[in-house]
Each structure stands twice: as C-alpha cells, then as structure tokens.
Design a protein around this ligand. Sequence first.
Ligand SMILES: Nc1ncnc2c1ncn2[C@@H]1O[C@H](COP(=O)(O)OP(=O)(O)OP(=O)(O)O)[C@@H](O)[C@H]1O
Ligand SMILES: [Mg+2]
Length: 301
Amino acid sequence: MSIEKALEKASLAESLGSAKRSNSIVDNQTESTHPNDAFDAFFLTDDNNGNANAHSSNVGEKNIERFNWEFLHEHGFIDPSVGHMKIAEEFRSIKRPIMSNALGGIEKGIERSNLILVTSSVPGEGKTFSAINLAISIAAERDKQVLLIDADVAKPSVSRVLGIKRTPGLIEYLEGNKIDFSDIILQTEIAGLRIVPAGKAHQFSTELLASNKMINLSRELSERYADRIVIFDSPPLLAATQAEVLSSMVGQVILVIEAEKTAQNIVMEAVKKLESCDVVLALLNKTQRSMDMNYYGYGQY
Ligand SMILES: Nc1ncnc2c1ncn2[C@@H]1O[C@H](COP(=O)(O)OP(=O)(O)OP(=O)(O)O)[C@@H](O)[C@H]1O
Ligand SMILES: [Mg+2]
C-alpha cells in the first residue's frame, strides 16, 4: 500500500497516544429537500471570468468577501495574483490526481467524486491549511468552481483564517427550514471560490452533520453539479465522529499527515475509519525537506 510507503518516507516518530472512538451517530433530523433555485443561485451563476491571476468577481462589491493577503502570504497561503509561488507549485501537483478523480468519477467508478473531505488523524496536522490552499488552487483555474465548506463546526477555522465574519452558516442551514442553501454561500474575491462558513456553535452539531438534511445536501451537490468541486474542512478523525460521518458522504478523502510527527499506528487507526471510502489520498505535510519551506509528499491508499 502506498500510504505505508509514504509513512515510511516520512519516518514517523513516537505514538501520540490512543484516541477514543464513539459510535453514537444519531440522526434526529427529518427528511428534507432543497428547492432547485436555492442551489442554482450558487451553482448556475458562472461568474468565473477565467482570469487565473486576478482577485476579482462580478458579484456586487458589498457581497464579496475580501481577504487579507498580507496575512495569508505570511502564513504560506497561495495568492493567485502572484506568478511563481512554491506553495502554488506544490498544490498544482497535489490537486492533479484529485481533479482527475473528481472529473473522471464515472469512468473510475468513484461515486460523488467531486466531493472532497480534508481530514487528519489528530489535531493540528494542517487540514485547514491544505483545504484552503487546495480550494484557492483549483478556483484559480479557468472555468473551475469551488465551494469550500467549513465542516469543522466545533472549531471553525476557515472563517478565522480568511477573516470571514458573516453568518449564518452550515449549522443554521441544517438546524431548520428557514434558511436556504444559497443564503449561506459567500462569494469571495476569487471568482471561482465560494465559501460556506460553519455557523454558530451548536450542542448537537455532530447529529446535525449526520442528519438526513446533510445527506441530502451532499447528494444534491454531487448529482446535480458533478463538474463543481466541493471541499469540506473537518475535525480530526480520532478526536470526534464528525469526520468519519462526513467521509461516508464524499467521494474522496484527503488524509493530511504531519510528517515526522504523527505515529504510523495513529495514522493506521485513522485509515481504518475510512475503509468504506472509495478514495483515500495521503498528503504528507510539514516535512523537513527545507528549513523555510514545506514539502508535500503524496500517496494513494
Ligand atoms: N505546510 C505548511 N506550511 C506552513 N504552515 C503550515 C503548514 N501546514 C500547517 N501550517 C500551519 O500549522 C498550523 C496548524 O495548521 P491547521 O490549522 O491547518 O491544522 P488543522 O489540522 O486544521 O488543525 P485543527 O485540527 O486544529 O483544525 C496553522 O498555523 C497553519 O497555518
Ligand atoms: Mg482545522
């Protein structure tokens, strides 16, 4: 298995200790459908102008989320307006097999191949960093539409990193019938990139993520808009059940592994939770190839 090779390559160190697994996935939601126009408001408005190097959009100015590029630069994120960035190069090769699966899902027999979950075994391995960079990298391509969903609802980081303050988000949408899906989608200054924030903290967020409404949402996102890429940022697999629940709703899982830190047995414990997934890709993060820059290895399970 190439994930083992990838782990070997990263010469993973000491065990970080065992993590609890809870099997209590409760569904307390009733079946729900989505009016087509709510989805179309997001998906059928193709305002990607195809200019890969611009921070731009055709949506009304006041509704556009603008990013703090200085902060993002400082923290190693891709800026599509900058010509040559090492991180952009790295994500160009990281995204290649992901996009090939996403767009060739039917031929490859991968269901929901355009839905991509970014997770890891334990906290802090670089999920949010990778999810945002992957989203920016794909969205910067001509004619590509990406929806980045912050599904780490207990510890929302996509909004924090990107400086997004607006609500409601995924939790409010899942909680009731008052909010349409189109209400929680934010257009950003990168024309092909939209974001769904996590929303408010909720006592039953795990149950909401496992609900029929969430299942219907993921089905809708995969069936009607197979050419659009949906990326979910999530919590670690061994810390809570959310990521495992979400993994059953997506076609591809990216398992971010902090190289030289996360122990192999920990990673394999996480991989076991993904056994039913069609595609699990291992992304080695924070390797020591260079003092200042991070190298990404890549493997397929
Ligand atoms: N390749 C990288 N290069 C530079 N900084 C990185 C890299 N990967 C992660 N980081 C930084 O490491 C920290 C942890 O990363 P991140 O928040 O993405 O992890 P996470 O897995 O999402 O954590 P959590 O489990 O808490 O959600 C952040 O400050 C992030 O900017
Ligand atoms: Mg995170």
